[in-house]
Design a protein around this ligand. Structure first.
Ligand SMILES: [Zn+2]
Length: 106
């Protein structure tokens, strides 16, 4: 039976292999609060995204601001322009960008 302080659901059980070869259980407090915003495509941390303040100050006001990083956003916009001009078909766009490219075209 774990210690009383470790029986709370806010404690996370971690199994580790000790150098001796036996497995041991440790307890760690779960982290509180929301996680930092990440890019939906490359999972990079998004800069300029805050939790508090006015709506216009909380995230970049460009297209996909607060959702995609600047690199992925630029790539999506370029791919959308190519599809729009007929230089590329939507099937030729990389599948990770396709959903966002379709969002611009509609
Ligand atoms: Zn990205």
């Amino acid at each position: 039976m774990p210690n009383t302080r470790n029986r709370s659901t806010s404690m996370k059980k971690i199994k580790r292999r000790a150098p001796s070869g036996e497995s041991r259980e440790y307890y760690e407090r779960r982290k509180k609060g929301a996680k930092k915003a990440h890019c939906a495509i490359c999972k990079a941390k998004l800069l300029g995204v805050k939790k508090t303040g006015a709506k216009s100050t909380k995230k970049p006001e460009r297209k996909f601001g607060g959702n995609l990083c600047h690199k992925c956003q630029a790539k999506v916009v370029v791919e959308a322009a190519r599809v729009k001009e007929g230089a590329k078909s939507i099937e030729d766009v990389d599948i990770i960008y396709r959903k966002h490219v379709e969002g611009i075209l509609e």
